[in-house]
Ligand binder design. Structure first.
Ligand code: ATP
Ligand code: PRP
Ligand code: MG
Length: 225
């Protein structure tokens, strides 16, 4: 590793919204403050109170990519996003900690009144709309249920309402979004929370600077478990 690379600030990849908001207290526990709010700013590189640490703001699904390629030394991503990424790109990312933030669950949901259990028992082929193609295939394969997956990028709750799909696989937290759209969860797939992820090369070459931050995050998140 060249000295120039080691002089660069550590780069933490975050998505704006709930992950950024829920990471601020973890950074504070490590003695780091962030002056700018990405929701109110167009800036994508945010300095912090530590001149050796900067934050980049990327789409939630892109966080693992920035970390895998070392464009960010570390990042925070939901287990949902991470599992999809790792299924396609298994190398380069180390996942040391469950941060216990952005907690929700991945679940199968259908229109109220759709008899999901009967459809499954009768061996009907189901159309399932989701952003989480890998997790969906795995879940239904394990149950021995044949499905056609329809890949969507958002607003999955709409799909059963307009006849695009019989079921969706999506994140559920309070259940308010399902309720507002006359849907119900019929099966839980996995609990979800966000993970700290670290570029494997950075962990080796920049550990003197990374490890204290990882340790502070681990302490702060254990307190939330
Ligand atoms: P984009 O807005 O760029 O499409 P996104 O919707 O995936 O991305 P967020 O809603 O901020 O971005 O979600 C980031 C992560 O937070 C998800 O990957 C998931 O792990 C978690 N998450 C999503 N929705 C909820 C929720 N309702 N409650 C708790 N955690 C959630
Ligand atoms: C997420 C997720 C669900 C919703 C579930 O959407 O995609 O739609 O939260 O949460 P609930 O059970 O508490 O209603 P988000 O709020 O991130 O909006 P988005 O469509 O912009 O991703
Ligand atoms: Mg979202």
């Amino acid at each position: 590793m060249s000295p120039a690379r080691n002089d660069k600030p550590l780069t933490l990849a975050l998505s704006k919204g709930r992950i950024f908001d829920e990471t601020l207290p973890l950074l504070a526990a490590a003695g780091v403050q962030v002056a700018e709010d990405p929701s109110a700013s167009r800036k994508l590189i945010l300095p912090t109170s530590d001149p050796g640490l900067q934050i980049i703001i990327v789409r939630a699904t892109d966080v693992p990519t920035y970390v895998q390629y070392g464009a960010a030394d570390f990042g925070i991503a939901g287990k949902d996003v991470l599992d999809e990424h790792v299924a396609a790109n298994p190398d380069g990312i180390y996942q040391p900690i469950d941060l216990n933030i952005a907690r929700c669950r991945l679940a199968v949901a259908v229109r109220k009144g759709f008899d999901y259990q009967s459809a499954v028992q009768q061996g009907s082929r189901l159309r399932v709309a989701t952003k989480y193609v890998q997790a969906t295939r795995e879940h239904f394969a394990a149950k021995g249920v044949h499905i056609d997956v329809i890949k969507l990028y958002g607003s999955m709750e709409l799909a059963p309402l307009v006849g695009l799909a019989d079921a969706i696989v999506d994140l559920v937290s309070t259940g308010n979004t399902l309720k507002a759209n006359n849907l119900e969860a019929v099966e839980d797939i996995a609990p979800i929370s966000s993970r700290l992820i670290v570029n494997q090369a950075s962990l080796k070459t920049r550990s003197a600077r990374l490890q204290p931050l990882i340790d502070a995050f681990a302490r702060a998140s254990a307190a939330k478990a």
